[in-house]
Design a protein around this ligand. Structure first.
Ligand code: NAI
Length: 459
């Protein structure tokens, strides 16, 4: 049993926590970080963003080789899937990156503790047999998959994203509950690898919250790829048998499948932290409510990332981690929540920043719109990847960009320019007048910005 003391102890080494720890160390705080997992990096690096992107890339290459190489004049006599090797590559990517985080902790002289942390008091935490004291404690414990009544995630063949990243064989029929980000990304992976995929969604649309025109275009693209959608269908329960699952749907017949992926959202992870012991309160959704400086209701205890309200996104969590420790160390820190992009890493890729048309209409904002299809972009033609478009929404009076929505190849990279422009309060004219290299997909962003004032050149 030993005792340690830090200026800051971060609980949780995901993107919120480990980034906060590095920034705190840069600012001169004696910093410790604790995680219950051996591998650092949290859900994102171990069982979320990174492994899913590794499989999305591998499965996309497989589909390209099987179906699209011929259009480039490449004839491949046979393409075979080696799932074991594909999963091994994914695991290697995860290992490299999580080891990298451990290296970053070392480089920045952040003390790493492994074990489950639980509060003794607001300034003291138990980790295994050790007591760690800190002037400030930052809770960055993330989120875990949630479920709905009638579905037991512990049952065999009823999976969360964690299991769906490691199936040892391609399911013949994979049912997916929820047409949100996880359902669409992992549904895409297994469809490309050969599964029949049925996505069952409660709402009458996919990708809730995203711009409706964008969601409709994505729905059409996924349907054309062979994903089956059952919209407006409320799942009431799943029974798991030895050789498959039966999904019970309100006012519709049951669906039988080999396995089911439950992707109906995630919930904050605060179990075992002992929050009640120190009086940190959570709201009805189990989230820790924080004030403007990410302060909880207990002095010296802060919270950021998926465990507090807001979108559950790694990059949002990172920004919060940085802003929080900057405020602790210097009194200043800042995030512009209106310029946090959302990306769905499917093919076509889908990316948004700022407000949707529906949101602007709901707020009574008078806006102008410019759109440009990739089919009219030279690089997209050269790449033989012409699906999708860019849409720029700007204030009708000031021309300030209020939202950008993109569906198409590299949408997730193209949105970065738009987020930066919005962070500097750019007008559509600003984007339109900036020189964009030719031939690049980014010219579609410029053309859409030109389109706001009816000046697009190539359409
Ligand atoms: P989600 O909140 O994105 O989507 C859940 C979907 O399930 C919704 O469309 C909802 O209407 C539906 N649903 C709920 N109950 C249902 C029922 N009884 N029957 C049928 N459908 C039902 O949740 P998801 O996809 O599980 O993702 C969890 C979190 O992880 C999200 O906050 C997401 O932003 C984040 N994430 C982000 C990624 C990214 O940025 N690319 C990738 C993966 C996850």
């Amino acid at each position: 049993m030993s005792e340690h003391k830090h200026d800051l102890l971060v609980i949780g080494a995901g993107p919120a926590g480990y980034v906060a720890a590095i920034r705190a160390a840069q600012l001169g705080l004696d910093t410790g970080i604790v995680d219950k997992e051996e591998q650092l990096g949290g859900t994102c690096l171990r069982i979320g963003c990174i492994p899913s992107k590794a499989l999305l890339e591998s499965s996309h290459k497989y589909e390209d080789a099987s179906k699209h190489f011929f259009s480039h004049g490449i004839e491949v006599s046979s393409v075979a899937l080696n799932l074991k090797a594909m999963l091994k590559r994914k695991d290697k990517v995860v290992k490299t990156l999580t080891t990298g985080v451990a290296g970053l902790m070392k480089k920045n002289k952040v003390t790493v503790y492994h074990g489950s942390a639980s509060f003794n008091s607001d300034k003291s935490v138990t980790i295994g047999g050790d007591t760690v004291k800190a002037t400030n404690v930052l809770i960055a414990t993330g989120s875990v998959p949630s479920t709905i009544p009638g579905i037991n995630l512990a049952d065999d063949l009823i999976d969360t994203s964690t299991e769906a990243l490691s199936y040892d064989k391609v399911p013949e029929h994979l049912a997916v509950i929820g047409a949100g980000v996880i359902g669409l990304e992992l549904g895409s992976v297994w469809r490309r690898l050969g599964s029949k995929v049925t996505v069952i969604e409660y709402l009458d649309r996919i990708m809730p919250g995203m711009d409706v025109e964008l969601a409709k275009a994505a729905h059409k693209a996924f349907k054309a790829q062979g994903i089956e959608f059952m919209l407006g269908c409320a799942v009431q329960g799943v029974t798991s048998e030895k050789d498959g699952v039966t999904i019970d749907i309100k006012d519709a017949g049951p669906v039988k499948a080999d396995r089911v992926l439950v992707s109906v959202g995630r919930k904050p992870n605060t179990e075992g932290l002992g929050l009640d012991k120190i009086g940190v309160t959570t709201n009805k959704r189990g989230q820790i409510e924080v004030g403007p400086r990410y302060k909880t209701n207990v002095d010296g205890v802060f919270a950021v990332g998926d465990v507090i309200p807001g979108p559950m996104l790694a990059h949002k969590a990172e920004e919060e981690g940085i802003a929080c420790v900057e405020m602790i160390a210097t009194g200043h820190g800042h995030i512009d929540y209106n310029t946090i992009p959302s990306i769905v890493y499917t093919h076509p890729e889908i990316a948004s920043v700022g407000k949707s048309e529906e949101k602007l209409k709901g707020e009574g904002v008078d806006y102008k719109k410019g759109a440009f299809p990739f089919i009219a972009n030279g690089r997209a033609r050269a790449n033989d990847n012409t699906e999708g478009w860019v849409k720029v929404l700007a204030d009708a009076v000031s021309d300030r960009v209020l939202g950008v929505h993109i569906i198409g190849d590299s949408a997730g990279d193209l949105i970065a320019e738009c987020a930066t422009a919005m962070a500097f309060a750019a007008s559509s004219e600003d984007i339109a007048r900036a020189c964009h290299a030719h031939p690049t997909l980014s010219e579609a962003v410029k053309e859409a910005a030109l389109g706001v004032s009816g000046r697009a050149i190539h359409i």
